[in-house]
Design a protein around this ligand. Structure first.
Ligand SMILES: Cc1cc2nc3c(=O)[nH]c(=O)nc-3n(C[C@H](O)[C@H](O)[C@H](O)COP(=O)(O)OP(=O)(O)OC[C@H]3O[C@@H](n4cnc5c(N)ncnc54)[C@H](O)[C@@H]3O)c2cc1C
Length: 455
């Protein structure tokens, strides 16, 4: 499919910047604009930016396992992973008894990573050395003795070929590449809304509020790509398709000695609690929870297709920043520390953060043309696992734009046949059931914070 001449990408995170890079490599003569609301890329509040992100091919779905393995090759062997942007320390994926979702996920994932190595011609001895099955806690204690002593774990495996990325440095590197190519016009400001042609519902551009001079203007384009992460629901009605969920992060300052002791540990991800610990860097230890997360129900105007602003509102979950984590989340982190790294369990948190996933019901990305708005394309729905694909994602997105995405990925990332009705407490919000989530479904952030203030 021939792409039009002027292309506007909204969003300067992993999805938007990788798209901009691949588009400008493949189509150097197109007019490409990238708009980012934050005054900087990396955006410190963006989901793509943090001290660390797990980089793993350990997926229960073979299509993601294969794509992630392609990504890891780039992290490992090209400049993407240099200067500390990628560290290969291994990942232990663990499950508990009675949690069949996580046991299934882990076992399928174990088979997938072994198969990928077989396909690459690795010998069975080499595979057994790299991917170590851990049938019980005793086996686990041998490979990650420091972490698992107090944990309620029944099995898992260690993949020595997985690693982690410095997620702020990764975005900075990709932006530098974009600047060096000098083919994309980067603007900083907020897209207030999309512009539609009334008769056809075709998207013709955006209303843009410039951060630098405060002016509001119209930017037209032949194709608009929304890579707006967890905030996408503000610009387009994605009820039942994508919702923002807030996830808990906490950071602890550690000494030089502790840094040296922990730096080379594998990352550990316990499906029983969703808690994961990535080895520290620069004396900062991060503890995080991969869960159903908090919802932030917000009433916003239904994005219309007419020029007049809509008087009707809809309730969706949207990101909110600079809030403390609820006591519920803090307790979960401390409990996990008591089990995994007891000597840190009572240390003060140097800082905490609620970071926002852009969640779909299945955990699959949403990378597709909009079915009823010509010239509008979505590249979002990261669902808490998009970072690792950074070096290969843009090419997939441009393949989808050109109508030649691999059929399996196309099926996973398509516009859903129906909007998903959920079991969340308030309203109808997306619940991600990809087998990897833990915790309570449907926690409302403001309620959890209110409980915290009463304690
Ligand atoms: C806590 C946490 C842990 C994670 N852990 C992992 C992990 O271990 N491994 C992994 O692979 N992935 C992980 N992920 C997922 C991964 O980080 C995300 O899938 C990915 O970064 C999402 O990228 P994005 O471009 O969609 O979103 P973002 O990085 O949020 O980018 C979207 C950008 O769009 C901009 N924007 C939004 N609305 C507008 C507007 N109206 N106008 C202009 N600009 C706008 C925003 O300012 C933002 O910068 C994690 C995510 C979180 C939150």
């Amino acid at each position: 499919m021939e792409l039009p001449n002027s292309i506007l990408i909204v969003g300067g995170g992993v999805f938007g910047v990788s798209t901009a890079l691949s588009l400008s490599e493949r189509h150097p003569n197109k007019k490409i604009i990238l708009i980012e609301a934050s005054p900087t890329i990396p955006n410190p509040h963006g989901s793509s930016v943090d001290t660390s992100r797990i980089i793993r091919a350990d997926y229960s779905n073979p299509a993601y396992a294969k794509l992630a393995a392609d990504g890891i090759k780039k992290w490992r062997n090209t400049e993407w992973g240099q200067e500390g942007r990628y560290t290969e320390n291994g990942l232990a994926l663990l499950y508990t008894e009675g949690n069949s979702d996580s046991e299934n996920y882990t076992k399928k994932s174990y088979e997938n990573v072994k198969k990928l190595l077989e396909e690459e011609g690795e010998s069975s001895e080499s595979i057994a050395e790299k991917v170590v099955y851990l049938p019980n806690k005793a086996a686990l204690e041998k490979v990650v003795p420091r972490y698992v002593a107090g944990m309620n774990i029944s099995g898992g495996y260690l993949n020595r070929g997985s690693g982690w990325g410095d997620a702020e440095a990764g975005v900075r590197f990709a932006k530098k590449k974009l600047d060096e190519m000098a083919r994309v016009d980067v603007k900083h400001g907020e897209v207030e809304r999309l512009l539609f042609e009334e008769a056809t519902s075709k998207v013709t551009g955006v209303i843009f509020k410039d951060t630098v001079n405060g002016t509001t203007s119209t930017i037209t384009a032949d194709l608009v790509i929304l890579a707006t992460g967890a905030s996408t629901g503000r610009l387009l009605d994605l009820r039942g398709i994508v919702d923002a969920t807030g996830q808990v992060l906490a950071y602890i300052k550690i000494s030089d000695e502790e840094q040296a002791q922990l730096a080379h540990m594998p990352t550990i991800l316990s499906f029983s609690t969703g808690i994961f610990i990535i080895p520290p860097r620069n004396n900062l230890l991060k503890i995080a929870r991969h869960a159903y997360g908090y919802l932030n129900p917000s009433d916003v105007p239904i994005p219309g297709t007419s020029t007049a602003s809509s008087s009707q509102t809809m309730r969706i979950s949207l990101p909110v920043h600079d809030l403390p984590i609820p006591v519920e989340g803090e307790r979960a982190c401390r409990q996990a520390l008591r089990e995994m790294l007891p000597s840190f369990a009572e240390r003060p948190f140097a800082r905490t953060r609620i970071c926002w996933y852009s969640d779909t019901p299945t955990g699959d990305f949403l990378i597709t043309y909009h079915p009823s708005h010509p010239n509008l394309f979505l590249a979002t729905g990261g669902s808490g696992h998009g970072y690792k694909f950074f070096p290969v994602l843009g090419d997939q997105i441009v393949d989808a734009l050109e109508g030649r995405l691999d059929a399996e990925l196309q099926q996973l990332w398509k516009w859903p046949e129906q909007r998903h009705i959920t079991e969340a407490k308030e309203g109808e919000f997306v619940v991600t059931k990809d087998g990897s989530r833990s915790g309570k479904i449907g926690m409302i952030l403001k309620d959890e914070l209110a409980k915290s203030s009463r304690l």
